[in-house]
Structures are given as structure tokens and as C-alpha cells.
Design a protein around this ligand. Sequence first.
Ligand SMILES: CC(C)(COP(=O)(O)OP(=O)(O)OC[C@H]1O[C@@H](n2cnc3c(N)ncnc32)[C@H](O)[C@@H]1OP(=O)(O)O)[C@@H](O)C(=O)NCCC(=O)NCCS
Length: 147
Amino acid sequence: MVIIGRMTEKDVKEVAEVEKQCFALPWSEKSFYDEMTNKLAVYFTAKTDGKCVGYAGFWNVSGEGGITNVAVLPPYRRQGIASMLIEEMIREGKAQSLALLTLEVRKSNRAAQDLYKKYGFDIIGERKRYYSDNGEDAFIMTKFLNK
Ligand SMILES: CC(C)(COP(=O)(O)OP(=O)(O)OC[C@H]1O[C@@H](n2cnc3c(N)ncnc32)[C@H](O)[C@@H]1OP(=O)(O)O)[C@@H](O)C(=O)NCCC(=O)NCCS
């Protein structure tokens, strides 16, 4: 069974490990500790048998939710875990009266784009050379929560 919960300091080490296994430019463990005292930040973990297998979060900036990351460990993918994390962020975003949730995603990352499309995010623009490792462009995908 997968349980979605709010991320706490106790989860940081495991979340940083998930991050390392999921991204070419992973955030450091310290940046996750910093996020735990960031009043704008809201993070969730996905746990199975007490082990953290995924996480996601957003920043509430002036009533708009900027999703920082969504990640699931490779062996646990295609089981609906990212979907559960997105559903939780949409629920929490509505509870915080956010106007929208928005994010950047690599143009090559079809899996993530399909995930976000499934939840009503639309491509509303792009950022050229957004990713510093390979100069890849990002799509900006946004979901309005008041519709
Ligand atoms: C993108 C990611 C978070 C998806 O996690 P997941 O738990 O496997 O996603 P889900 O099982 O909830 O999938 C939901 C939907 O997303 C889409 N999707 C997920 N993985 C996909 C893939 N490999 N190929 C195509 N579509 C995919 C599908 O529409 C899927 O619905 P379906 O299973 O009914 O077809 C995961 O692959 C990951 O961590 N990738 C590396 C990190 C990353 O790229 N994060 C996004 C940064 S913007």
C-alpha cells in the first residue's frame, strides 16, 4: 500500500536519495533541509512499507503554485504513485486557494508531460535553454484550479 503524507525533516535523507536516482541535476540533501523551513514550500512523500519511493512539492508564491519536482524511484514507476502525488498537490492547492499550479518540464520528457496532461495541465509556453546540463528547452505546463 502506498501512503501519501507531508514530508518532514526525518524524510530528507531518503528524499535526497530518490532525487539522486531520478534527475541529471539533483538537488542536494541540504537544499531539502532548507525547504523544510521555507514557509512557501509544501512537500509530500509517497511511502510503501515505510520506505520513501517518491516525492513531490510546490511553492505557494503569491497564490500561485510552482511545482518544483515530482519523482518516483525507477522500480516503483507505472503504478500510479506520481498520480497520487499530483492529486494530493491539486487537493492541497485548492485548499490553499491557489489560482494555478505550474511547472517546467524537459521537452524530451514525454512520460512527465503525459502525466501532467492527464491531470489537466496544458502547455502554455516554453523557456529556451532552461536546463544547464545540456541546454535543453523546457515546456511550461499549467493547470488552473478555479475551473
Ligand atoms: C514522470 C514520473 C514522475 C512518473 O511517475 P509514475 O509513478 O511512473 O507515474 P504514474 O504511474 O502515476 O503514471 C501516470 C501517467 O503518466 C504517464 N506516464 C508515466 N510514465 C510514463 C512513461 N514511461 N511513458 C509514457 N507515459 C508515462 C501515463 O499517462 C500514466 O498513465 P497510465 O499509466 O494510465 O498510462 C517518473 O517517471 C519519474 O520519476 N521520472 C523521473 C523524474 C521526472 O522526470 N520527473 C518529472 C520532472 S518535471
